[in-house]
Ligand binder design. Structure first.
Ligand code: 2BA
Length: 115
């Protein structure tokens, strides 16, 4: 069975939640994650990429903390560029987009070195 000792969590959270997620993880006894400022490719709004290696047995708990400290929000975007506004039915109306609380990728760590 593939059961590595550690996993790498790549968590994308909204910028406004990043501090609360980091605080929550530290309070729960996890290492402070590495926080990389980033921008979502669709909305072009600020988010944060949190990198954190955890013992595999603690991955579920880390996910629980991340989920508990972040939240889903609605954003409204204009689906048409300004010069096309009003060009057709629905063209002038903003579109609601749900931005998830967190998007997390979980990778098995093959090797882990620290000096
Ligand atoms: P954004 O790319 O700015 O996307 C923000 C939200 O816009 C997404 O929320 C989704 O609800 C919507 N969205 C994204 N692409 C869309 C499209 N082509 N058509 C219609 N709606 C679209 P989430 O799915 O919760 O994603 C939040 C952020 O997480 C994303 O910000 C992006 O930075 C990251 N992300 C999400 N899925 C990813 C993936 N598969 N790979 C890498 N990063 C991802």
């Amino acid at each position: 069975m593939n059961d590595p000792a550690h996993q790498l969590l790549l968590a994308i959270v909204q910028e406004v939640d990043a501090a609360a997620v980091c605080d929550g993880l530290i309070t729960a006894g996890f290492p402070g994650p590495t926080r990389v400022p980033s921008i979502g490719g669709f909305l072009l709004q600020g988010n944060a990429l949190l990198l954190m290696a955890v013992a595999t047995e603690h991955t579920t708990e880390a996910l629980r903390v991340i989920a508990g400290c972040s939240r889903t929000r609605s954003q409204y975007i204009n689906p048409l560029p300004p010069f096309l506004e009003g060009a057709g039915p629905g063209g002038r109306y903003p579109m609601e987009v749900q931005v998830g609380a967190a998007t997390v990728f979980i990778l098995d760590i093959e090797r882990f070195e620290r000096w």
